[in-house]
Design a protein around this ligand. Structure first.
Ligand code: UDX
Length: 447
């Protein structure tokens, strides 16, 4: 099938590459000419495992093209996807400027029946607004062209985006148009093997499904962080509690890892946007506001442990950080807990030596060159001259370190484990003081 995709961010680029991989002819449009030029050369704008080979292969095979030209791209697609960004407004609601601009562009060029598919995460009611924006442009041109607008939210996870896209656990098609649903069923047939993954519903339910999924996952994380905060006060170990509750299939082991708070481009933004949507609809959400508040406080957790350990004397100290990205297998620093930690350490007069397998360039781009930040080439290099080590992102490479080497490198052998990667006893046997999240030990340890 012929597919056009507006936006070559995470969602647009991954969707375009995966649809091309399944044999479709895909044209990806972006207003950023330099990004398009880089993609044409096979350079990825993001780090995402497995993406580069499928982009290069399909581009070379003529299945996947990149352009800044909207008109020919609109002429190309039977299906036109909108996958542009929806950054949060100051009030937390999603800014639809880019989505509606694409809708107007489509309306200015549309000349035959087309299905417009919304993949961006957008507030309930956006499909209607996209429809109106297209219709207004068609009316201004005095042409009559039929089209449908479908909500087809994306559930891919950064770091697993290609795998999630090629093997989705569900495909939500939000549309009441039989014609549009049939076209999307055909497009997704190769992704829909073994058992039925397609769930057809109305547009508004599809739009809300995306927010509900992310808000539920964020709720699980904040819930566990709250339990961790209780555990440490009552002398319990949240890691044991986690295993104890996860065994109940109604709860499950997924997404109950306490830590330094959730980050990324989706959870913080989507929880806030859903809260806003609820308020606009006349409902005061209580859970969502709490989920957000718990997460905000949790991002201070590591700093507070470090500050307490050093009895507030952080001036002139050097803290080594392992992990900067908001989660492993990405270079994404959006809303990353490492940012809050570094900023608070700097405010307190401490220096940071940090290592991350992928996010160093992105960190440099955000913070520039500064004397209190050294971005190191290796995990152990980050320990040189450091007083303490803080684990912020659970990259696999940090899971079984050489504790003797850590102990030898640190002037004040102590690990602040923001992801509960290590067994406290093992670390302590190696002669290193240990702090985790909710491990019931932090309060009993003399500062
Ligand atoms: C998320 C959703 O998972 C995905 O379905 C949606 O389409 C986009 O948002 P992503 O932001 O890539 O994906 O990351 P995810 O793996 O979900 O992690 C989000 C954050 O939660 C990370 O900061 C992670 O460290 C944190 N997290 C996750 C926890 O703190 N504890 C957990 O148990 C799980």
């Amino acid at each position: 099938m012929k597919v056009t995709i507006f936006g070559t961010g995470y969602v647009g680029l991954v969707t375009g590459a995966c649809l091309a991989e399944m044999g479709n002819h895909v044209v990806c449009v972006d207003v950023d000419a330099s990004k398009v030029a880089r993609l044409e050369r096979g350079e990825m704008p993001i780090y995402e495992p497995g993406l580069e080979p499928i982009v290069r292969r399909n581009h070379a095979a003529g299945q996947l093209a990149f352009t800044t030209e909207a008109a020919p791209a609109i002429a190309h697609g039977q299906l036109i996807f909108i996958a542009v960004g929806t950054p949060p407004d100051e009030d937390g609601s999603a800014d639809l400027r880019y989505v509606l601009e694409v809708a107007r562009t489509i309306g200015r060029h549309l000349d035959r029946y087309t299905v417009v598919v919304n993949k961006s995460t957008v507030p309930v009611g956006t499909a209607d607004r996209v429809r109106q924006a297209i219709a207004a442009e068609l009316a201004a041109r005095e042409v009559q062209v039929e089209f449908d607008v479908v909500s087809n939210p994306e559930f891919l996870k950064e770091g697993d985006a290609v795998a999630d896209c090629l093997r989705p656990d569900r495909i939500i098609i939000g549309s009441t148009s039989t014609r549009a649903v049939e076209l999307l069923r055909k497009l997704y047939a190769p992704f829909n093997r073994n058992h039925e993954r397609i769930v057809v519903m109305d547009e508004r339910s599809a739009e809300l499904t995306k927010y509900a999924a992310n808000a539920m996952l964020a709720t699980k994380i904040s819930f566990m962080n709250e339990i961790a905060n209780i555990a440490e006060r009552v002398g319990a170990d949240v890691e044991l509690v986690r295993q104890g509750i996860g065994a109940d299939p109604r709860i499950g082991y997924h997404f109950i890892y306490p830590g330094v708070g959730y980050g990324g481009s989706c959870f913080p933004k989507d929880v806030q946007a859903l809260e806003r949507t609820a308020r606009d609809a006349g409902y005061q959400p209580r859970l969502l506001a709490a989920v957000e508040a718990v997460n905000c406080d949790q991002k201070d957790k590591l700093f507070e442990l470090i500050e307490r350990h050093f009895a507030g004397a952080l001036q002139g100290r050097t803290i080594a950080l392992w992990g900067l990205a908001f989660k492993p297998n990405t270079d994404d620093m959006r809303e990353a807990p490492s940012r809050r930690l570094m900023e608070r350490l700097w405010q307190a007069g401490a220096r940071v030596r940090a290592y991350d397998p992928q996010a160093r360039e992105e960190t440099r781009r955000i913070y520039g060159d500064r004397p209190d930040l050294v971005l190191c080439d290796g995990a152990y290099a980050a320990l040189d001259g450091a007083d303490a080590l803080a684990i912020v992102t659970e990259w696999k490479a940090f899971r079984s370190p050489d504790f003797a080497r850590i102990r030898a490198a640190l002037s004040n052998p102590v690990i602040f484990d923001g992801r509960n990667l290590y067994d406290p006893a093992t670390v302590e046997e190696a002669g290193i003081a240990y702090y985790g999240i909710g491990r019931g030990r932090t309060l009993r340890r003399p500062a």
